[in-house]
Write a new protein. Structure first.
Length: 532
């Protein structure tokens, strides 16, 4: 079908996608909800939220992600982290998927990846499921109607959950595949209904394209002081470190909760919405996220609900512990209208140290920041996974290894250069354990963490007295108003100082062993700043 909300010269047939029974271009939220219900893709929940199960795939499939190995990208892709696919196999996959969708109903959304018009990416998302169109409309940036009439997509994503790939024919690992062809500017997704693959494909794409422009792509949340976009901060952190909670501050404006770019003029959100976990969601602790689960058009994934009342069960993880809600940024009362901020004055790297070794906050030099950014440390604790009986280190380079197409040193060097150039303060914040490891010590008091962050963000911490940490070599404040001095010196919080020393030596060795893979690719300054 034709539509005034699409460039008449950029319909699917102009991209070689023919034989589709019906195409819906850029439907708005009510129409997408209506279509999804009519197609029995899910249920309309309380308040008009759309309730859906993603089936066998309730999370991303990182082992099924591939980059097509063409001469143009051969020297720039981090092949140790990105599985290659032969161009011929991709062509067969593309041909077979296009044949598969003939006679089917498809949904198209033309969207922007990036809030900064100077650096945004024009992306067309072609989906088999109407609710996938609703999801990606929330998560990316939505052009105005007049912009759609001129919209010319640079990259296209084709997502067909009903198509099962053939590993022997398509050069993949299983029936599920996410294949990125940078030469053809095309991403193919098959045999998974998990909607997060759509948004993370765009993030992966931006992570490849932006460094060539001198822009740092970041897996982080970001905010700025109320009425002061120039006073921006970014929060890196893996799952469980408090990235979303600590960046959602009532005295600051939320720029975004997951993906951002840092250009010479400042930071910008890649997305137009949020994709929040809902397991054990507490309405008193996070009322705005809770409210979105009964907001019209929100997409609620993999949550158990009462079949009669449709009331959601936030504690039942029988479908998945990765249950989520997707909603637009305008659902958040203190969200930035522009999703833009100035050059970050503060860089926060969050870690959950279950070994009880790291201080609650430490100041990093640019070289130390690169070291900890490349390390991407947090830790699993006993009970989180079968067989985990003591704290285990987890290192995810750049706080997002699955989405990094280039070698990690590319991103680390960009961050190091920008921190040095713009004078951003960088802080390592431990939200994990103190007074002992997990099982013996206690979780870092959230009140102390917030007080330390407030002091870092308002600039008062920069003038404090610091000591040099003997294990990692970074600077640790000696005293901060509102924080117990003993908490700032982890060794003093342990009943047995010698036991702390043993645990600290163990953690330092873990860092060193992990970081050895980067040593051949970094400069002497970072190498010397690595430990102590």
């Amino acid at each position: 079908m034709t539509s005034p909300r699409v460039n008449p010269k950029r319909r699917l047939e102009d991209q070689g996608i023919t034989g589709v029974a019906r195409v819906h271009y850029n439907l708005l939220e009510p129409a997408l909800v209506e279509a999804a219900i009519q197609r029995s893709e899910g249920r309309l929940g309380q308040g008009g939220a759309f309730l859906v199960s993603t089936g066998a795939h309730t999370g991303r499939s990182p082992k099924d992600k591939f980059v097509v190995r063409t001469p143009e990208v051969e020297e720039t892709i981090w092949w140790d982290n990105n599985a290659p696919m032969a161009p011929e196999a991709f062509e067969r996959l593309h041909t077979d998927m296009l044949e598969h969708i003939k006679g089917r109903e498809m949904f198209v959304q033309d969207l922007y990846g990036g809030a900064d018009p100077a650096h945004r990416l024009d992306v067309r998302v072609v989906t088999e499921l109407a609710w996938h169109g609703l999801f990606i409309r929330h998560l990316l940036r939505r052009p105005a109607a007049d912009e759609l009439a001129q919209f010319d997509p640079e990259y296209t994503i084709i997502n067909v959950p009903s198509f099962t790939a053939d590993p022997a024919r398509h050069g993949c690992r299983s029936g599920t595949v996410i294949a990125l062809n940078l030469q053809k500017k095309l991403i193919l997704i098959a045999n998974t209904a998990y909607a997060g693959e759509n948004k993370k494909s765009v993030f992966t794409l931006l992570n490849y394209l932006l460094p060539a422009k001198g822009i740092m792509p970041m897996h982080c949340s970001a905010n700025h002081a109320l009425g002061k976009p120039e006073d921006a901060a970014v929060f890196f952190g893996l799952s469980g470190t408090g990235k979303t909670t600590l960046s959602a501050c009532p005295t600051r404006t939320l720029i975004g909760d997951d993906e951002h770019g840092w250009s010479d003029t400042g930071i910008f959100n890649f997305e137009g919405g949020c994709y929040a976990k809902t397991i054990n969601l507490d309405p008193s602790a996070e009322p705005e996220i809770y409210a979105t689960t009964s907001r019209f058009g929100s997409v609620v994934e993999n949550m158990i609900y009462d079949p009669d009342t449709l009331a959601l069960d936030f504690d039942d993880d029988s479908l998945s512990a990765n249950m989520r809600v997707a909603y637009p940024l305008e659902a958040v009362s203190n969200a930035s209208a522009s999703s833009l901020g100035g050059v970050p004055r503060n860089i926060i790297m969050l870690t959950c140290d279950a070994f009880g070794v790291l201080p609650p906050i430490a100041r990093l030099t640019p070289a130390q920041a690169m070291y900890h950014f490349l390390s991407g440390f947090t830790s699993k604790v006993a009970g989180t996974e079968q067989g985990v009986t003591e704290p285990q280190p987890t290192f995810s380079t750049c706080f997002g290894a699955p989405f990094m197409p280039r070698r990690p040193e590319v991103y680390g060097k960009l961050l190091q250069e920008k921190i040095a150039r713009f004078g951003s303060e960088c802080w390592l914040v431990n939200t994990g354990w103190t007074g002992g490891a997990y099982g013996t010590g206690a979780r870092m008091p959230i009140k102390a963490t917030r007080a330390l962050l407030e002091a870092a963000l308002d600039g008062s911490l920069s003038t404090a007295e610091f000591r040099r940490d003997p294990n990692f070599g970074f600077d640790v404040p000696v005293a901060v108003v509102g924080v117990d001095d003993r908490l700032l010196d982890p060794r003093r919080t342990w009943a047995d100082g010698a036991a702390y020393d043993t645990q600290a030596a163990k953690l330092v060795a873990m860092f060193a062993e992990n970081f050895a893979q980067y040593v051949p690719h970094i400069d002497d300054e970072v190498r010397s700043a690595a430990i102590g």
